[in-house]
Design a protein around this ligand. Structure first.
Ligand code: FCB
Length: 444
């Protein structure tokens, strides 16, 4: 396999998110986000970890971007921390925060690296969560204020935008399961949050396009390739329900197909939150759709999971011994299948893999990290992307999750996903062998 098989135009990069790397949690006027507050609560984050310092990207961005350049990485995806620029979510603007992102963007451009900006990668201002967060319909206006400020401040230099990162993950884990910030659970939070996040994707995109019609605007979705544990009818039905929630719920409305209400009874209650006129403001013709996938999931019928009546059968329970540090099965063809599925939607814009990668238990030996498993994971997945591309899928790019090891949400620092190892005591960076491989791949 050779990079040239993907063509000159194919976009290669690395992806990150503000809360996972920046640290500087209260530096220079930044306000608290739901993740700052959630991480302080006992028992929410594995080992009691928090991201007050994380990778200290807030202070080390120049060195990290320089390292990207040394590894020939042409595109860098990062997100803006809403509370760094609007500490209370709306209202007073924090110029120091805007200056920080100006410096990050300018440093990228100086080094010939294209910045790709995600507007919302899960770190909602706590001040807005106090008013209901995503469950409060006023979030449409709050989000609009924030997006306008970002576009006005950075749009002269940022030409690639993603409105939202994996809505099903933050709405599901944050407002249905309570496992992620803000830690609420129940249908009465989940359903309004679903609708408001969906509307916000289109609204955010429209704001960018009105101001900068030639900007490339996308939004990203997680996708899980699902298989039933057996062909028994109850498992197949369980799979259909799980698929509607995990894969279709946010994607189909923005493609103009409406919510998959018929697949899961509880979704009928979404109607309570849909106001007249909303139907006309849900779909948006994005310039690209970000697809993020890491593994496949096996689904079985379950009485324990209300509404969906399905659960995921963990790899170990299926006899799979070798998994990633997230306990995810390594199953490269899932990225191919996910791409094929996305392409099967008639209105699907060009697709970019905006995240893919793996966490392993890395070991530092001297000044090296021999992470052959990660290199193999990346190579095998890239190969499957090529397979889909050669079969006609309009896939235009691939971003590795992630550049440096970082704060993996409720899992803390234990899963290391980076191409670059970070010693969280000293902040020392070591390029892993996988990082060197990616750098060589990109130089060819
Ligand atoms: C995705 C998230 C990203 C990271 C990876 C491992 O779901 O978008 O922030 O946590 O998973």
């Amino acid at each position: 396999m050779n990079r040239s098989l993907f063509g000159e135009e194919f976009i290669w990069g690395v992806s990150t998110a503000a809360y996972q790397i920046e640290g500087g949690h209260n530096a220079d006027g930044k306000g608290p986000s739901i993740w700052d507050v959630f991480s302080k609560k006992k028992g929410k984050i594995r080992n009691g970890h928090h991201a007050e310092v994380a990778c200290d990207f807030y202070n080390r961005y120049e060195d990290d971007i320089l390292l990207m350049k040394q590894l020939n990485i042409p595109h860098f995806r990062f997100s803006i921390a809403w509370t760094r620029i609007l500490p209370e979510g709306v209202g007073e603007i924090n110029r120091e925060g805007i200056n920080f992102y100006n410096r990050v963007i300018d440093t990228c451009i100086q080094h010939g690296i294209t910045p790709w900006v995600t507007l919302y990668h899960w770190d909602l201002p706590q001040a807005l969560e106090n008013k209901g967060g995503w469950t409060n319909r006023s979030i449409l206006e709050w989000f609009e204020t924030y997006v306008r400020l970002c576009v006005d401040s950075f749009g002269d230099r940022v030409k690639h935008w993603m409105v939202m990162n994996e809505p099903v993950a933050f709405v599901g884990a944050g407002y249905f399961f309570g496992k992620h910030a803000p830690g609420r659970w129940g249908l009465r939070y989940f359903l309004p949050a679903v609708h408001h996040a969906t509307l916000s994707m289109a609204r955010g995109a429209k704001i960018i396009k009105e101001r900068y019609p030639t900007a490339m605007v996308g939004t990203t979705f997680s996708h899980s390739v699902l298989e039933p544990i057996s062909l028994k009818t109850r498992h197949i039905h369980a799979l259909r329900r799980a698929d509607a929630i995990m894969n279709r719920l946010f994607l189909e409305p923005i493609l103009g197909m409406g919510y998959p209400i018929d697949a899961v009874k509880a979704l009928k209650n979404l109607k309570k939150y849909i106001l007249p006129g909303d139907e006309d403001n849900i779909a948006f013709n994005f310039d690209f759709i970000g697809l993020q996938t890491y593994t496949r999931e096996v689904i079985q019928f379950s009485m324990l999971m209300p509404y969906v009546w399905a659960n995921i059968v963990e790899p170990r329970k299926r006899g799979i011994k070798h998994t990633t540090a997230m306990d995810w099965e390594i199953y490269p063809s899932s990225i191919y299948e996910a791409l094929k599925r996305f392409q099967s939607y008639p209105n699907m814009p060009p697709i970019i893999i905006t995240e893919n990668g793996a966490a392993f238990k890395d070991e530092v030996i001297g000044d090296r990290v021999y992470d052959a498993e990660r290199t193999k994971y990346l190579q095998d997945h890239i190969q499957q992307v090529l397979r889909a591309k050669e079969e006609g899928v309009d896939v235009r790019g691939y971003f590795v999750w992630t550049f440096t090891d970082n704060f993996e949400w409720a899992e803390g620092y234990h899963p290391r996903f980076g191409l670059v190892h970070v010693d969280f005591e000293t902040q020392k960076r070591i390029v892993k062998e996988s990082g060197k491989w990616y750098g060589e791949w990109l130089s060819r």
